[in-house]
Design a protein around this ligand. Structure first.
Ligand SMILES: Nc1ncnc2c1ncn2[C@@H]1O[C@H](COP(=O)(O)OP(=O)(O)O)[C@@H](O)[C@H]1O
Ligand SMILES: [Mg+2]
Length: 361
């Protein structure tokens, strides 16, 4: 009997225990359900944050790439566009922390950094397009140089003018004195020479610092047409085909006489660069606040060294060149508050791009 009681008690104890296990189990199940929901919620939040982060990273003007042991873990849109992945392979292994490189006419600067909170050597590489900055630096350098050279040219021109006018004076006195015809002819030759030098010096003086621009509102296309008309015969004779595309909607404020001179110089240079004929293309494009004039040829092109010097006064590579054309062009565009840029490749051709502000100054 006693044993029976004991067994009963044990059963009771067992069923009580199993009941509470069941109760705990369903409690646990509920808890797990709750935790699952929480994790799902957190995952959704994480996904959203990830999306948010990659939208931000994709809208950056920088290429961002994260690598780990040479393997790419992440890259943004710009990195894809720049084909930075290809480049990263080189960067990752050359041990440098940063540098610069050029690709397809663009300049880039890159920087590499180790991610501190990751122990397995993840690195972040940022690539920045610095083409505009480089261009600006180049422009500033040219500006500085041209200012110095312009001042020097002006000083030399003034120095030449003084002795030149006394030479002219004495030659004219000699011409009036009675002398035989032969001597008179000699002196006349001297006078012609003096006049030529005077013309060159005056040109140099007036175009180095075009003081008063005669600004008029008009279309650059009419200037282009006028100059093309003037040059058409000599271009045709050399077998040069000229095309002119214009999308000039707005009028621009400019000095027509000086802009004619600009076009004339650019076109004559293009013609000289096409000894066996070829193509010259002129384009007029409109931007919001400025007009763009492009003059390109598929001629001989120029080396980097020549390209660096073309705007310098008296720089020429031609046997009978004077080297003042582009110096004058540069000064005229500067006086209009414009910008002139050049791209060129040997045997491929040359392109000059001029930006002129629509409202002049
Ligand atoms: N379209 C072009 N193609 C190739 N080289 C050019 C072009 N335009 C200019 N150049 C180079 O720039 C130099 C300077 O030009 P410029 O100032 O007009 O002087 P010039 O025509 O008297 O030589 C030229 O001698 C030539 O080497
Ligand atoms: Mg020239």
């Amino acid at each position: 009997m006693r044993e029976q009681d004991l067994l009963k008690d044990a059963f009771l104890e067992f069923s009580r225990a199993s009941e509470s296990v069941i109760a705990y189990y369903s409690l646990l199940e509920k808890k797990i359900e709750g935790l699952k929901k929480e994790i799902e919620e957190k995952n959704r939040e994480l996904e959203k944050t990830k999306e948010y982060l990659s939208t931000i990273l994709d809208s950056l003007p920088l290429a961002v790439v994260v690598t780990e042991k040479g393997k790419i873990l992440f890259f943004n849109k710009r990195a894809d566009e720049l084909d930075a992945l290809h480049l990263i392979q080189k960067i990752t292994f050359n041990g440098k922390k940063g540098g610069e490189f050029k690709k397809g006419g663009y300049s880039y600067r890159w920087k590499k950094e180790t991610l501190k909170d990751r122990t397995n050597g993840a690195e972040i590489i940022v690539v920045e397009d610095v083409t505009e900055v480089e261009k600006m630096k180049e422009r500033l350098e040219i500006d500085e140089r041209m200012k110095a050279m312009g001042e020097m040219a002006l000083r030399i021109a003034h120095e030449i003018k003084n002795p030149l006018s006394s030479m002219e004076l004495f030659a004219s006195i000699l011409l009036k004195e009675s002398m035989d015809e032969r001597h008179k002819t000699y002196i006349e030759h001297i006078c012609v020479g003096i006049k030529n030098i005077d013309r060159i010096v005056n040109n140099l003086l007036s175009y180095t610092k075009p003081k008063a621009l005669s600004l008029k509102k008009g279309k650059l296309s009419s200037v282009v047409r006028e100059v093309l008309d003037f040059l058409s015969l000599s271009l045709e004779q050399k077998g040069i085909v000229v095309s002119f595309h214009e999308k000039e909607r707005e009028t621009t404020v400019f000095d027509p006489h000086l802009m004619k001179l600009v076009l004339m110089n650019l076109l004559v240079n293009a013609k000289d660069a096409l000894p066996e004929g070829g193509k010259i293309e002129i384009r007029l494009e409109q931007r919001e606040d400025h007009t763009i004039l492009l003059v390109s040829d598929n001629g001989i092109g120029m080396s980097e060294e020549v390209k660096k010097n073309i705007f310098n006064p008296f720089f020429t590579t031609k046997d009978r060149g004077v080297g003042l054309g582009l110096f004058i062009v540069y000064n005229i565009i500067k006086a209009h508050n414009g910008i002139i840029e050049v791209e060129s490749e040997i045997d491929k051709g040359t392109r000059f791009t001029i930006h002129l502000p629509s409202n002049g100054l």
